[in-house]
Design a protein around this ligand. Structure first.
Ligand SMILES: Cc1cc2nc3c(=O)[nH]c(=O)nc-3n(C[C@H](O)[C@H](O)[C@H](O)COP(=O)(O)OP(=O)(O)OC[C@H]3O[C@@H](n4cnc5c(N)ncnc54)[C@H](O)[C@@H]3O)c2cc1C
Ligand code: SF4
Ligand code: SF4
Length: 850
């Protein structure tokens, strides 16, 4: 017989949950599970969820998506879970706790994982209606409900969480202000130079930043619900106030039972995470180690590991110790890369700094090195944090700087671009600091058979928290596999151990028509932003069902979801198809009338059509109703699809013209319109070699000759321009179309996701010759099949907007707020050159004040 020990954990947040997982794993491995009884009390209504990803709630993630706990975790591990039941008191003498339900439970070991609470500055009026904090799912639900009837929101606090909260308000369509007491944003992590670049970038995104502002009181407003009054006499009117002014350790229980507490709060712990009572541990954000509270999840996870090991250890004094944690962080704040490493403020003795600023691109990089320029001590990266992993590893692993320090931050081509290959890292290098996973652990797991990224992440936990190390984990995996002589896998994502090409094959051959069907057969999990749109695209180019069919709509990205392109101010553009750029005067008049009626900005595009800008979501169906009635169709400008076929006037009008380039371009555009592909596709047709339609920079380019048509493939403009390759010469109309059918279908079937024809052809071995053999010589015997697949897409084409207008159910999605029919008040315009354009922030404020 042995005594059963009762371990009680207070708090089922991120760290409390990690403690339970580590504890159970260790107990299982040592065969001692039955010696322990484990209970956990959480005062939130739900089990642990990913607080780090909390903001994803505003972009559609549900509480279920954020959950960190599988359905059967507590039952399978025989843990008694008490949700919505807070612990109110601890009796240290009796070793018992009392809960909010009046229950008393005895413990042998108590683990406090109570986290922290948001600090709300003691400002008069801070408890008024519509004043919120940003910590729990319930907070976000309340903010979301208030946002539906609000126009302006202000965040108090311009730190990391403040900027995340500001993004949430901005995404809800509110005019958003950030009010910061310090003279710059993210004062803890970045320096003055970085703060200035960050501020400019955030302001460009339409968020007003007020630094050096001391809020003194919040009182009823005149035009908005509240008026915030600042020490300098200025005021700001807003409907919502969101406090994000730092956190305070939740140490109330420790105070009640008189454990040692730090001067400014926090439960004092030793290197084994024990409090001043040896039967009580504290971990996570409630714990104070060496005068420090750690406001990041990684140190909390390390504490969870140390505390679990200590409580179970036969020789506790020798157990692993918690020795502090690196506080480097890399984040995307409002789409802006922000990273801070080590001694970002260059406070170390003899520290030297190198700075690179590109104000046009909004990039600021500062490297802090030692006096001799041999070691990295810290860095600040704003606008481009691609060097984060390299610099962090160099600092953590004490790797000597090769060459001059500034080369580490200069762009490639200007003396920089030094990257640290995986082999340069020592085995002890910490790759994932959230989960304390070393290079040796990752390489060991690969050697033991974890050769897929998803498997590797699952068994090491690397990259499963903030995700900042994902690129490095992948490069380590690839490096190890190639050393083992294994071909590096190109799995789509952790949910599918297949490349896009393999998935396309499975969907087509096994006739899967839904995401769930292919996932159940060949994948796992709920899917992600990579696999869902990829599967949606494959389904579209295989079965050609409407993108807003109920089983497909949820897979689409924003532009496909609203069948319009979102612009920088949150409004949308409407792009009707104008095949070959040819349009009748009557249709031109309709476009003018529609633009005038809905107050839209009109612009002739490079693809020879007329874009209408400035539509709000709820206006899209009304606009399209008029366009469809006048005979227009969707131009698919929003899709990874065939877009336009540009043409010159050709032989009909031009004295040099060899063939009717307009006729051919209309034929091509009407044949391939809207076909979904791994990336967008552009065509052009020129009537002679003078090439007025610039066909040689298109995915498919056609140039007239005396005897027919020359076909060019795989050109593109974009960031990495590529001149198209001549594929076949002097083709008649039918052969030209047969070759394009085959070439496009081959591309659609075999390219990677988001790979344009140019990169696809370059990456195929002998790409041009190979595709010529497959398409022209039919070397794989696939020609007829590729043509038939293309023909079926051509035969099943329907205008997506026309179909949508016929379906009340599909029309319901065209509203800005899910819970309110109100329009997006953030979309504000001013007049310029006789048309509208998005208002700047200053103009928006002026309009509001008026
Ligand atoms: C919006 C947001 C973004 C963030 N982004 C990042 C990031 O990018 N990177 C990063 O490293 N960190 C980030 N963090 C911080 C990270 O979430 C925390 O470090 C982490 O959640 C701390 O875990 P914890 O378990 O100590 O505390 P918590 O997750 O807060 O869990 C504590 C739990 O204990 C419960 N509790 C408290 N008192 C009692 C009681 N008496 N009885 C019962 N239950 C109790 C609380 O309700 C809570 O559920 C972010 C936090 C927020 C809010
Ligand atoms: S490409 Fe040739 S046919 Fe076409 S407009 Fe130019 S000169 Fe005329
Ligand atoms: S080139 Fe294209 S992406 Fe860039 S600003 Fe112009 S329209 Fe936008």
């Amino acid at each position: 017989m042995h005594n059963t020990q009762h371990i009680i954990v207070v708090g089922n947040g991120m760290v409390g949950q990690r403690y339970l997982e580590t504890l159970c794993e260790t107990l299982r491995a040592s065969g001692r599970r039955e010696h322990y009884r484990i209970s956990v009390f959480g005062d939130e209504p739900r089990a642990a969820y990913d607080r780090v990803q909390l903001s994803a709630y505003f972009s559609g993630s549900t509480a279920e998506d954020l959950s960190l706990v599988s359905d059967d975790f507590f039952a399978a591990n025989d843990i008694t879970l008490h949700l919505g039941e807070g612990v109110l008191a601890i009796n240290r003498q009796a070793r018992s706790i009392t809960t909010s339900r009046g229950q008393i439970h005895n413990y042998d070991t108590l683990v406090l994982a109570t986290g922290s609470y948001p600090f709300v500055p003691p400002i008069q009026g801070n408890d008024r209606d519509n004043c919120f904090v940003y910590r729990t799912i319930e907070d976000l639900e309340a903010i979301s409900a208030a946002g539906a009837s609000a126009k302006v929101g202000a965040v108090v606090g311009g730190g990391l969480l403040g900027l995340e909260a500001a993004k949430a308000l901005r995404d809800m369509g509110l005019t958003t202000h950030v009010v910061e007491f310090a003279p710059r944003l993210m004062a803890v992590q970045v320096d003055d130079g970085g703060g200035a670049v960050l501020r400019r970038k955030i302001e460009e995104l339409g968020v007003a930043v007020h630094t050096g502002k001391n809020t003194q009181r919040i009182e009823p407003g005149e035009s908005r619900r509240h008026r915030m009054c600042f020490a300098d006499g200025e005021t700001l009117e807003t409907d919502i106030v969101l406090f994000s002014a730092g956190i305070r350790p939740q140490d109330a229980l420790a105070r009640q039972c008189v454990l040692e507490i730090g001067e400014r709060g926090g439960i004092v712990i030793d290197n084994h995470c024990r409090t001043s009572d040896p039967h009580i541990y504290a971990i996570g954000e409630c714990a104070l180690w060496n005068q420090q509270i750690f406001g990041l999840v990684a140190p909390g996870y390390e504490m969870a590991r140390v505390a679990a090991e200590h409580v179970l250890s036969d020789s506790p004094d020798d157990a692993t110790e918690f020795l502090g944690a690196d506080m480097s962080t890399k984040l995307k704040l409002m789409g802006v890369d922000v990273a801070s490493i080590g001694d970002a403020h260059a406070r170390s003795q003899g520290a030297r700094t190198s700075v690179f600023i590109d104000e046009h691109a909004g990039v600021y990089k500062k490297l802090v090195s030692d006096e001799k320029g041999r070691k990295v001590l810290g860095a600040v990266l704003i606008g481009d944090a691609a060097d984060y992993s390299t610099l962090l590893q160099m600092m953590l692993s004490d790797i000597a700087i090769p060459g001059k320090p500034e080369q580490l931050i200069l762009p490639a081509g200007e003396g920089g671009g030094a990257a640290l290959g995986p082999d340069a890292l020592p085995d002890s290098a910490t790759i994932c600091s959230c989960n304390n996973v070393s290079k040796a652990r990752i390489c060991g797991a690969v050697a033991e058979g974890a050769t897929a990224l998803g498997e590797l992440k699952a068994c090491t936990k690397a990259g499963t928290s903030c995700g900042g190390c994902n690129a490095l984990v992948k490069s380590l995996l690839d490096n190890e596999l190639s050393k083992m002589g294994v071909e590096v896998n190109n799995h789509l994502c952790e949910h599918f151990a297949y490349s896009r090409q393999e998935l396309e094959h499975l969907i087509r051959v096994e006739k899967h028509k839904t995401f769930e069907s292919i996932r159940d057969a060949h994948g796992h999990g709920r899917g992600c932003d990579i696999c869902k749109p990829t599967v949606a695209s494959i389904l579209a180019s295989t079965w050609n069902e409407h993108v807003l069919q109920p089983h497909l709509a949820g897979l689409q990205d924003t532009n496909d979801y609203f069948m319009a392109n979102m612009q920088k101010d949150g409004s949308y553009s409407v792009v009707p198809r104008i095949p070959g750029g040819e349009i009748t005067p009557q249709k031109l008049i309709v476009l003018g009338q529609v633009a005038e009626k809905f107050g839209l900005y009109t612009k002739i595009t490079g693809g020879q059509r007329i874009d209408l800008f400035g539509a709000r979501v709820e206006q899209l169906p009304l606009i399209w109703r008029e366009l469809v009635d006048a005979g227009f169709e969707s131009g698919h400008a929003y899709g990874k699809a065939v877009r336009t076929v540009k043409s010159c006037v050709g032989s009909t009008w031009c004295r040099y013209g060899q063939q009717d380039s307009v006729g051919m371009s209309i034929l091509l555009e009407e044949r391939y319109r809207g076909i979904r592909a791994p990336h967008k596709l552009k065509f052009a047709v020129s009537g002679c070699t003078r090439e007025c339609a610039e066909a040689q920079c298109k995915d498919i380019g056609v140039i007239a000759t005396e005897r027919g048509w020359n076909l060019y493939v795989a050109g593109n403009g974009g960031m990495k321009p590529r001149h198209a390759d001549l594929f076949a010469t002097d083709l008649d109309d039918a052969t030209l179309i047969r070759y394009i059918d085959r070439f496009l279908m081959l591309y659609i079937r075999t390219a990677d996701r988001l790979q344009r024809t140019a990169r696809w052809l370059e990456e195929l071995d002998d790409g041009l010759e190979y595709t010529q053999q497959v398409v022209i010589e039919d070397s794989l015997g696939l020609g007829a099949e590729l043509e038939a697949q293309m023909q079926s897409l051509v035969d099943t084409y329907e205008c997506e907007w026309k179909k949508t207008l016929e379906d009340e159910h599909k029309l319901k999605r065209f509203r800005h707020f899910v819970n309110s029919p109100e329009p997006d008040s953030h979309v504000v315009f001013v007049q310029e050159r006789g048309q509208i354009r998005p208002a700047t922030e200053a103009e928006r404020r002026q309009q509001e004040a008026a």
